[in-house]
Design a protein around this ligand. Structure first.
Ligand SMILES: NC(=O)c1ccc[n+]([C@@H]2O[C@H](COP(=O)([O-])OP(=O)(O)OC[C@H]3O[C@@H](n4cnc5c(N)ncnc54)[C@H](OP(=O)(O)O)[C@@H]3O)[C@@H](O)[C@H]2O)c1
Length: 292
């Protein structure tokens, strides 16, 4: 069985790692803040001190870190992945990053003789734990197929999209849906409350229509209870909105609603809501309307 590595054991990386271990893979893990590897260590992962040690012990390394700068740090920084390179090493980047940056990173890896694939995902730790992520993939197809068993363990739906960068563009298009849906549901709940209508009634009706979504059928019920335990933080979604806007600029396109949404999420972060789940945007919308 191929040896797998994970660099970045935050909410998503930790869950992916647990599922790989549960599926019988040998796993080496690194996280900048070491105590976040404790659960994986307990389940049998080898925890190492540097990204280069993950690289030297693994055939394929997932990077699951915050943003493109973090990917560059763990890849090319002191003690980064390239320092642990060996023949056949593959890096699969699961972080949500700018496709333009991703192409540059893939090129830099190739100069070191390392193949980098883009493997961003939809779905959070709650589905990653059961290998039920939806993966968008791009890069060298032969390398991707060689490691299909690993990818099929991590995700139950995989869409291979083409050359490096492509998967990240589609992932960003997905995150526009997340950001705007959370806002639409928040404003619907707030309007219902303003009319003294139980928001559960609003959700029941919404979920009887064509306009229902996974979010309205699941997380929305937590939202109306004021439960915002994070599976994907509001500040990370705000980070993705920044990335979407930078990418739109690079592509010469205009995304007016995403631009406005970015300003709203920024204000929510400024109001101290960044560590909540992204659905905590409801709290900010509530505050604007002075609702309790
Ligand atoms: N959670 C989700 O539902 C979800 C779904 C799809 C995609 N994603 C994407 O997956 C990535 C990880 O998300 P997450 O939810 O796991 O976030 P998270 O819990 O906030 O974890 C972020 C991870 O990035 C690491 N990191 C940040 N800056 C770093 C740097 N300069 N050098 C090394 N490591 C650094 C953190 O290390 P420390 O612990 O030391 O801070 C941590 O391991 C993000 O790009 C996110 O957008 C998340």
């Amino acid at each position: 069985m191929v040896k797998v590595g994970i660099i970045g054991t935050g909410m998503l990386g930790n869950a992916v790692g647990i599922h790989l271990l549960d599926s019988g893979f040998e796993l080496t893990a690194y996280n900048r803040t070491k105590n976040k590897t404790a659960e994986l260590a307990k389940k049998g992962a080898s925890v190492v001190d540097f990204p280069k040690d993950v690289a030297s012990s693994s055939d394929i390394v997932f990077t699951v870190v915050k943003n493109a700068d973090a990917v560059k740090d763990v890849s090319f920084g002191n003690n980064g992945i390239v320092k642990g390179k060996h023949d056949g090493l593959v890096v699969a980047d699961m972080s949500t990053i700018n496709p333009v940056e991703s192409k540059i990173i893939a090129k830099k890896f190739s100069e070191h003789g390392i193949t980098m694939l883009d493997t961003p995902v939809m779905g959070g730790p709650n589905v990653a734990i059961d290998g039920k992520l939806v993966m968008m993939a791009s890069g060298d197809k032969v390398t991707f197929d060689k490691h299909s068993k690993v990818f099929e363990t991590v995700a139950n739906q995989i869409f291979f999209l083409g050359e490096n960068g492509t998967a990240h563009s589609v992932k960003l298009a997905m995150n526009i849906q997340i950001a705007l849906l959370a806002l639409a549901i928040s404003e619907g709940i707030t309007l219902a409350r303003g009319a003294n209508i139980d928001p559960e009634v609003f959700l029941k009706i919404l979920n009887s229509t064509y306009f229902k979504t996974g979010m309205s059928e699941n997380k929305a019920y937590k939202m109306i209870k004021g439960s915002f335990e994070p599976t994907f933080t509001l500040s990370n979604l705000k980070k993705d909105l920044d990335t979407i806007n930078e990418t739109a600029k690079a592509f010469g396109i205009n995304l007016p609603i995403t631009t406005s949404a970015n300003e709203i999420y920024q204000k929510a972060v400024d109001n101290g809501l960044g560590d909540l789940d992204y659905t905590g945007i409801l709290d900010y919308i509530k505050k604007l309307s002075k609702q309790k």
